[in-house]
Design a protein around this ligand. Structure first.
Ligand code: TDX
Length: 328
């Protein structure tokens, strides 16, 4: 297939492009706006066409979708903290962008896979025995997660009303190389490299269900190739950890005392816990994660940031200055 990958120069999108080229015969065109969170370097050396454009620009999207056999839609504004400061790019990219994609795949009858997040389900209590499933009601907390929830609803409506051939996946927190240093794990790794104490929001007991980006990519390819049209699949790797556990692991792997971090102002509306039940994906499509040892995956990720300082260094002081303004 000729795939159009939106957001293919971002952290997760570029990982998917690498995965597709290594594990299939599909060809790839990337449509990416190259915002602050994207990088051309993540695609260096790959035989892909990069179209620089906005997913909310209906004309650009229509041109590209017309040439594709399938669209994998990663393009999104993704950082919760930024959505609390200025929600407007989240509404444009996540809602209007998905709308433009849907109208184009409808017009050209092109298969779509829409990539989304577990945050659409809101949060769970720490002692709740349940995890999110495909049947959990939507209850997003932040402008970011509400915009992703809205985009999922748009996709479902286009499937039902117009017969668009789409699948949806909702994945838990990703980690791995090429993730922007505003996010929790790379922020703390690069802080330690710089001799800055890691910053944990609030009491640090918030739980995230970590999955390596490579495992997310293999799941998305599997759903694209074998998923049932109209269905949603949750993607997760049984990786629940609270933020204190993660930051202590980062510190220890980097040769620092495990308590050498600061607790800072909490995020407004901070979700307590995410946890994914991915049994449908595993049973129906035979998918399984390859990175089952989080500590080993984290050690590799630390080594990657240590070896790629030239990539993240230009963004470090501005990223930390933005956090400092908020006492974080
Ligand atoms: O400096 C920090 N200190 C801290 O304690 C940062 C940046 C974060 N945190 C906490 C907040 C969360 O509990 O760490 C946890 C992870 O934070 P983020 O990396 O900002 O991710 P999160 O808000 O959980 O959302 C991520 O996973 C779901 C992605 O950013 C989303 O795009 C995805 O949908």
């Amino acid at each position: 297939m000729r795939l159009l990958v939106t957001g293919g120069a971002g952290f997760i999108g570029s990982n998917f492009v690498h995965h597709v080229l290594a594990h299939s015969d599909h060809t790839v065109t990337v449509l990416d706006k190259l915002t602050y969170a994207a990088s051309r370097e993540a695609l260096t050396g790959l035989p892909v066409e990069l179209v620089v454009g906005d997913v909310a620009d209906a004309e650009v999207v229509d041109d590209q979708v017309a040439r594709a056999d399938a669209v994998v839609h990663f393009a999104a504004e993704s950082h919760n903290d930024n959505s609390l400061t200025d929600p407007s790019p989240f509404i444009r990219t996540n809602l209007l962008g998905t709308f433009a994609i849907l109208e184009a795949v409808r017009k050209h009858d092109v298969r779509l896979h829409h990539v989304s997040t577990d945050e659409v389900y809101g949060d769970l209590a720490l002692d709740d025995p349940m995890r999110f499933t495909e049947d959990t009601p939507y209850a997003p907390s932040s402008p970011y997660s509400a915009s992703k929830a809205g985009s999922d609803h748009l996709v479902r409506a286009w499937v039902r009303s117009f017969g668009v051939r789409a699948t949806v996946s909702n994945c838990s927190n990703n980690y791995g190389p090429w993730q922007h240093i505003e996010k929790f794990i790379p922020r703390q790794i690069t802080n330690v490299i710089d001799g800055i104490r890691p910053k944990v929001y609030g009491d640090g007991l918030n739980v995230r269900d970590w999955i390596h980006a490579d495992d997310h990519s293999s799941a998305v390819l599997r759903i694209l190739e074998a998923g049932r049209v109209g269905e949603t699949y949750l993607i997760g790797a049984d990786g629940e950890k609270n933020n204190l556990e993660v930051v202590r692991m980062v510190l220890e792997l980097m040769g620092q005392p495990a308590d050498a971090f600061d607790q800072v102002t909490d995020r407004a509306g901070h979700d307590r816990r995410y946890a994914i039940e991915s049994g449908k994906l595993r049973a129906e499509l035979g998918w399984a994660p390859q990175f089952e040892d989080f500590e080993a995956g984290l050690a590799d990720t630390i080594a990657w940031y240590q070896a790629h300082e030239e990539w993240w260094r230009p963004h470090k002081s501005a990223t930390e200055a933005t956090y400092a303004l908020k006492g974080q």
